[in-house]
Write a protein of this length. Structure first.
Length: 130
């Protein structure tokens, strides 16, 4: 009975994250975006309150980036909170409520996303204008 429940749950989650086509593939045979989405889907099964993602869209092409963003949105819609480490400001603007800008391990500036439109620190201004 437990095995059937686990299989049903896996099938539902794979479908939700559009991963049914890779369900039986070896993890080293899938694309970076598929692997990233599979990791997010695995986290979804545990119904976490908080997930930390380090550069979730790094080294992905625009199509795979979109797929990863859709996966993050699924979790966000289900009430999961996130902490992102990213250099992708458009990604951050879409998903974040607050930011912390760091340089060499030091917090330079933090605040609501509106603060990014008018940064106080020169380092953040420079970063935003790159």
């Amino acid at each position: 009975m437990l095995k059937k429940h686990v299989e049903k749950t896996c099938d539902e989650v794979l479908a939700k994250f559009h991963l049914t086509d890779i369900a039986n593939q070896n993890p080293n045979k899938v694309s970076g975006g598929q692997a990233q989405r599979a990791s997010i889907a695995r986290a979804f099964v545990t119904k976490p309150e908080l997930i930390f993602l380090d550069e979730p869209t790094a080294a992905l092409d625009p199509i795979l980036t979109k797929e990863v963003l859709e996966s993050v949105q699924i979790l966000k819609n289900n009430g999961t909170e996130f902490v992102f480490v990213t250099h992708e400001m458009e990604f951050l603007k879409k998903f974040a409520d607050y930011f912390i800008f760091m340089d060499k391990g030091e917090i330079i500036e933090f605040g609501s996303m509106d603060c990014l439109n008018n940064p106080e620190s020169e380092k953040l201004k420079k970063f935003m204008n790159r």
